[in-house]
Design a protein around this ligand. Structure first.
Ligand code: ATP
Length: 303
């Protein structure tokens, strides 16, 4: 029997390292980043619809605010792109069940695009290679390829040229979520503004972080977390500084703004420390809501 519907589960990401090179003439920045996929998942269900109906979308779940339900949704763009490349008419309904915070620096939109590429491949039996899916992903956005791959990976270029990183152990995270997102382009502009007078070196992978991941040493990973966008994010959203401090005071091994923020990520020793920190952050009153997760987890998978 022909498959009529598939569901793909896709994780969020946190950047353990996000090193940003100078602004290039095309406006982009060369990055060196280390991604870890974490266990906060969106579920994307694709269902074939009648010929000529095109791509339609509905967004459900507990994180729907600000997510477009039209052609600007990255999942719709992903369905259209893969259909164009494989030369067929995309008549499909997409349901995105969102749990990944929106505009939080956790790549929720990119995750849905990654899930849609993987789901379209399965639903229409395209038998695309992993390389083809990753290439389509990078046309949609620089974080999309990583959400297809998952695990732990080093990203260079715009973050889309990936190499799997050697990482042992499971890492426990607490995320402090904001109700109001930060736009990624505005954080990069603020970063450029703050660096205007400085010479910026080409970014490179942190040896300390790589060794810490290999050694499954959360304390050392916590000490090695680095995000060049953090000062720009805290400049635009000063309250983030206090949230970072509260987490450190309550024993987080590492505290960092996730990607372009405003989500703040805390690395903790184990599940119990995560529960304690989540309670402390909530009680402190400086954080709207918290989420706990572990990583690394696999990338977009049909379930
Ligand atoms: P990144 O970490 O990749 O910079 P982010 O996590 O900060 O991304 P997203 O959640 O991907 O941000 O959302 C950024 C904007 O993209 C949203 O405000 C929304 O307007 C738009 N968007 C398009 N498609 C989606 C989607 N499927 N889910 C969430 N947002 C989407």
């Amino acid at each position: 029997m022909a498959l009529n519907s598939v569901t793909v589960k896709v994780p969020a990401k946190v950047n353990l390292q996000l090193s940003v090179g100078p602004r290039e003439s095309d406006g982009y920045h060369n990055l060196v980043t280390v991604f870890q996929a974490v266990s906060i998942f969106d579920e994307v269900t694709l269902t074939k619809s009648h010929e000529g109906s095109g791509v339609t979308i509905a967004v459900t779940g507990d994180q729907t605010h600000g997510v477009p339900e039209d052609g600007s949704n990255l999942a719709v763009k992903a369905a259209q792109l893969i259909a164009e490349k494989f030369d067929f008419s995309a008549d499909v309904h997409i349901e995105v069940k969102k749990s990944i915070p929106v505009a939080g620096g956790m790549a929720g939109g990119s995750a849905d695009a990654a899930a849609t590429l993987v789901g379209m491949d399965a639903l229409f039996k395209l038998e695309a290679t992993r390389e083809e899916l990753l290439a389509l992903g990078s046309e949609l956005g620089s974080d999309v390829p990583f959400l297809i791959l998952g695990g732990t990976a080093i990203g260079t270029g715009r973050g889309d040229q990936l190499t799997a990183a050697l990482s042992r152990g499971t890492y426990h995270w607490v995320f402090a979520l904001s109700t109001v997102g930060l736009s990624t382009p505005s954080v990069y502009s603020e970063c450029d503004r703050m660096r205007a007078e400085r010479e910026i070196a080409a970014p490179k992978v942190s040896d300390a972080l790589m060794q810490a991941l290999l050694a499954a040493n959360p304390e050392a990973v916590g000490d090695s977390l680095v995000n060049d966008l953090q000062s720009a994010a805290t400049s635009l959203r000063p309250a983030l500084t206090l949230i970072l401090e509260v987490g450190r005071d309550y024993g987080a091994l590492g505290a960092i703004v996730s990607g372009s923020g405003p989500t703040v990520a805390f690395l903790v020793a184990d599940e119990e420390a995560g529960l304690d920190l989540a309670v402390a952050l909530t009680a402190s009153g400086v954080v709207g809501s918290v989420a706990r997760a572990t990583g690394p987890v696999p990338g977009a998978r049909v379930i």
